[in-house]
Design a protein around this ligand. Structure first.
Ligand SMILES: Nc1ncnc2c1ncn2[C@@H]1O[C@H](COP(=O)(O)OP(=O)(O)O)[C@@H](O)[C@H]1O
Ligand SMILES: [Mg+2]
Length: 383
């Protein structure tokens, strides 16, 4: 997939921005706060229906404006063109997503149609942050690849919320939640088991791709690895039925503790995915450089995974990542992404791209200043 055209109206500090993207590398240059990341955020809206970092659509509408409109001309690998539009109206707090002028039934149905891989400073949390940051990473990856997984995930979250509410209400009222909890426990096990099976399968396949990407990036002999550590204690080869019954047993075992805390203590919402390099836990032992390289490897692996699963080449969004890498790894990364697919890159520094852009004749350079974007062909690059 490629973004051939992009239009932002009343979006963040972009009153009206139109641009046509290059099929290969698009670099957005400008000082801090000029509106570069906002452009990647717009692409994220068009592919994922939402921002990759902000949870609230309202803050994305330009200050003083009551709506924003984003439009993308997207071309699939097979050459089909789609006009995708996201509109947000602040008064009604309504967001609409239209494909070729037809509104989609649910936002969730869009996820995976226009796959995207995003590498951003916020994304760094996946290696340094809490287990929930790692769950979020694998959830986004698997959800883009599997509509069924996303449905199960949304359903699991709904059930979990209800079950927690019953536990908490009972705790506050000093009641026994009694039979009311039963159907929710069963539902939790049903949907949770699907998540566990899929996550286990994903991590196994994905670990191989991460190791491959890591070695290509560094050229070194470090071996990264991923391991799925489910909250429900299961045997390695356990099938769905065995996982479900284990899950149910462990819920029962924890029930008195759940009543005490007023929350659900076992299940995929407490899973962990362990990252290691040469067998050592990344969070405890890795250098900053290793964290960054691991993150990039995760993203490159995600790209390959989605390309295969969605049958569509993802668009790559790289926000401010080059300023943090040394020149050697920057060049390796630039060369690598240039060969993968269409890429949108933001940076405050032209330096990193000088040589690389000249050798890539299809690359485009854009300058962003106070929400206004100007373009200059990469060939005209002036030192
Ligand atoms: N809703 C909004 N309305 C107007 N301006 C906004 C809004 N949200 C953010 N901005 C402005 O956008 C700029 C940040 O844009 P961003 O794309 O993050 O910059 P950068 O070029 O550093 O990536 C800031 O100047 C900020 O004030
Ligand atoms: Mg930025």
């Amino acid at each position: 997939m490629r973004v051939t055209g992009l239009r932002l109206e009343n979006f963040r500090n972009h009153a009206l921005t139109r641009l046509s993207g290059s099929d290969s590398v698009n670099v957005f240059l400008g000082d801090n706060g000029e509106g570069k990341t906002n452009i990647l955020e717009a692409v994220s809206y068009l592919c994922l229906t939402k921002s990759f970092y902000a949870g609230n659509d309202r803050v994305a509408a330009q200050i003083g404006k009551e709506y924003f409109v984003l439009e993308g001309e997207l071309r699939s690998d097979r050459g089909l063109d789609f006009t995708v539009r996201v509109t947000f109206d602040a008064a009604s707090a309504q967001k609409k997503f239209l494909v070729n002028n037809a509104e989609v039934e649910t936002l969730a149905s869009v996820v995976g149609r226009f796959p995207v891989v995003i590498l951003s400073p916020e994304g760094g949390l996946v290696t340094t942050g809490s287990p929930s940051d790692r769950r979020k990473f694998i959830d986004i990856a698997i959800s883009q690849a599997s509509k069924r997984y996303l449905d199960e995930l949304l359903e699991y979250r709904r059930v979990l919320k209800q079950r927690n509410k019953i536990l908490l209400d009972a705790k506050i009222a000093r009641h026994d939640p009694g039979d009311a909890i039963e159907p929710w426990s069963e539902s939790l096990v049903d949907h949770g088991t699907e998540l566990i099976v899929k996550r286990r399968e994903f991590v196994k396949d994905f670990a191989v791709q991460v190791a491959d990407a890591f070695q290509k990036l560094t050229g070194e002999q470090e071996t990264p690895s991923l391991r799925y550590l489910p909250s429900v204690d299961i045997d390695d080869g356990a099938d769905s039925a065995a996982i479900a019954s284990e899950f149910a047993v462990q819920l029962t075992e924890n029930f008195s503790e759940e009543r005490r805390t007023g929350s659900t203590l076992v299940g995929p919402h407490r899973d962990e995915i362990e990252f290691t390099i040469n067998g050592l836990d990344l969070r405890k032992f890795a250098s900053q450089g290793q964290h960054k390289t691991f993150l990039v490897a995760l993203k490159v692996a995600e790209f390959h995974y989605l390309k295969e699963q969605c049958n569509e080449t993802p668009v790559l969004l790289l926000d401010d990542v080059f300023s943090e890498l040394d020149e050697h790894r920057s060049h390796r990364l630039l060369n690598m992404v240039g060969q993968l697919g269409q890429t949108f890159i933001t940076s405050t520094s032209e330096q990193v791209f000088a040589g690389a852009l000249e050798s890539n004749s299809g690359a485009k350079r854009f300058f962003v200043k106070q929400g206004v974007v100007t373009n200059e062909e990469a060939g005209n690059f002036v030192h």
